[in-house]
Structure formats: structure tokens, C-alpha cells
Design a protein. Structure first.
Length: 253
């Protein structure tokens, strides 16, 4: 026979199941329906409000009835892999990616949500670019480039950065985006090509290497016919990334 702790746990689970999916889970016995309705409404509205703030463009695009359907399906069907509240947005992104049949008229919705969540993640990143020791006037080719610690890269099948509620539906287009916070705490974004993305990856992999070493590696991977020309172009690129504070400067000797 189960004791009080087991009965309490069973009651809590039944209550939670009902709040998440009242259509499929009957309410616990002895609880007034008026009170249950308040809990259901608060739970749904709080989550809807949170996602509306985290995914503003998604929310403007998806009309109210469909938005409510998505929130309801998320509550009823999705099982989070983390107990951390700040990560609940990532769980919504995963839900949209795993259930594209829920939003067939917006095949890019999961990628758009990912891009918006990435914006939030970078905005909340605890690193402070202003505290990184780097020479902002250093030579990023001969020196060792210091990447902005808040920098994040993402590759998409759709131009998610250009999707808006008042624009026509986009066509598929492979897109690589970078996002970071500047020293004065502004969000900066940049669309880059695959080669620039690979260069940044190499700089991330080996913080002890110089910009020239990274460019030479790129030339080798591309089997470039004229590595010297590529390095010349690379200097312009690295200078630009340093000006934008994607690269904060060069590491001190």
C-alpha cells in the first residue's frame, strides 16, 4: 500500500498532466474546477507571453489561433531535456524542428526561431568583450587574433535574418550568420560566406595561431592556385572583422 509521499507524488503528477494537456488527462478528484481553470490559464498564458517576447518575429508572423495551437501542442507533447528555465526557449526551437508538420506553411519557422533564440543567448552571454586583453590596433595577419568571446555562428537553409511579417515569403538560400556583442554592449550581426565562416572556425580552434597561419590553412583546404593573393584578400577581411569587433584585436606578446 502506498504511503503519503507516494500518494502526494501521484497527485502532483496527475495535476501537472492535467494542466499541460487537460483534453487528455482528467483533473484530480476534489479540486474545484474554477481553481483548475485559473491554473490552466496562468500556465498557458505565462508560457505564451515568454515565447512571444523571445520570438518576436515568429509571433508577428503566426496568427493567434495557430500560435495558441503551437503552444498547446508544446505543452502537451514536448518533453524538455533540461530543467533550466533560461533554456526553455531552446526547447521550443527543438519542438518546432522536430515537428515540421505543425507549421507546413512556414517551413523556415524552426530556423527563424533558432536565429531569434541565438540573439537572446548572445545578448545574455556573461562574457564582457571590454574585459578581454587585446590590442585593437594590432596586425591580425601577423599577430594572434583574439575573437570576441560572445561570437556565435549559425548556418541555415533559409535567409532567416531577412524574414519579416510584412515581407513576402522567402526562397530557400544557404545562409551563414555571425552575431556578437561589441565593447559598448550592442548586438552586431553579419552575413558571411562559407570561407569566412571556416576562417573563424580555424581561429577558434587554435587561439595560439596567427592570422597568416589560418589563411594559409584555408588556402591549403581550398587548394588555391595563388595562396599569396588569398592572403592579401584575407588581410582586408581580417581588418574588417577587427573593425567590427568580431575580432577584438591581437593577443599581447
Amino acid at each position: 500500500m502506498s504511503g503519503p509521499p507516494e500518494r502526494l507524488a501521484a497527485l502532483q503528477k496527475r495535476f501537472a498532466d492535467h494542466i499541460r494537456d487537460p483534453a487528455s488527462n482528467p483533473a484530480p478528484d476534489g479540486v474545484e474546477e474554477r481553481r483548475l481553470a485559473i491554473y490552466r490559464r496562468l500556465f498557458f498564458n505565462n508560457l505564451s507571453s515568454l515565447f512571444s517576447k523571445n520570438f518576436t518575429v515568429v509571433r508577428r508572423i503566426v496568427p493567434d489561433p495557430r500560435w495558441n495551437e503551437l503552444i498547446g501542442a508544446f505543452l502537451a507533447e514536448h518533453r524538455a531535456t533540461t530543467p533550466l528555465f533560461p533554456e526553455i526557449g531552446r526547447e521550443f526551437v527543438r519542438f518546432l524542428a522536430e515537428q515540421p508538420e505543425r507549421h507546413p506553411e512556414w517551413p523556415w519557422l524552426a530556423e527563424l526561431a533558432h536565429w531569434q533564440f541565438l540573439n537572446t543567448t548572445v545578448r545574455n552571454d556573461e562574457h564582457d568583450p571590454a574585459e578581454i586583453e587585446a590590442d585593437p590596433h594590432g596586425d591580425p595577419v601577423e599577430g594572434r587574433p583574439r575573437l570576441n568571446p560572445t561570437l556565435a555562428l549559425a548556418a541555415y537553409r533559409w535567409p532567416v535574418h531577412a524574414i519579416r511579417a510584412d515581407r513576402a515569403a522567402p526562397e530557400p538560400a544557404a545562409t551563414v550568420l555571425a552575431i556578437w556583442r561589441t565593447r559598448d554592449d550592442r548586438l552586431a550581426r553579419l552575413q558571411i560566406n562559407a570561407v569566412t565562416g571556416r576562417l573563424i572556425e580555424i581561429l577558434k580552434e587554435d587561439a595560439s595561431g596567427t592570422g597568416r597561419m589560418a589563411l594559409e590553412r584555408i588556402a591549403g583546404e581550398l587548394d588555391h592556385a595563388d595562396p599569396a593573393t588569398l592572403i592579401d584578400h584575407g588581410r582586408t577581411l581580417l581588418d574588417d572583422l577587427q573593425t567590427r569587433e568580431l575580432i577584438l584585436g591581437t593577443a599581447p606578446d
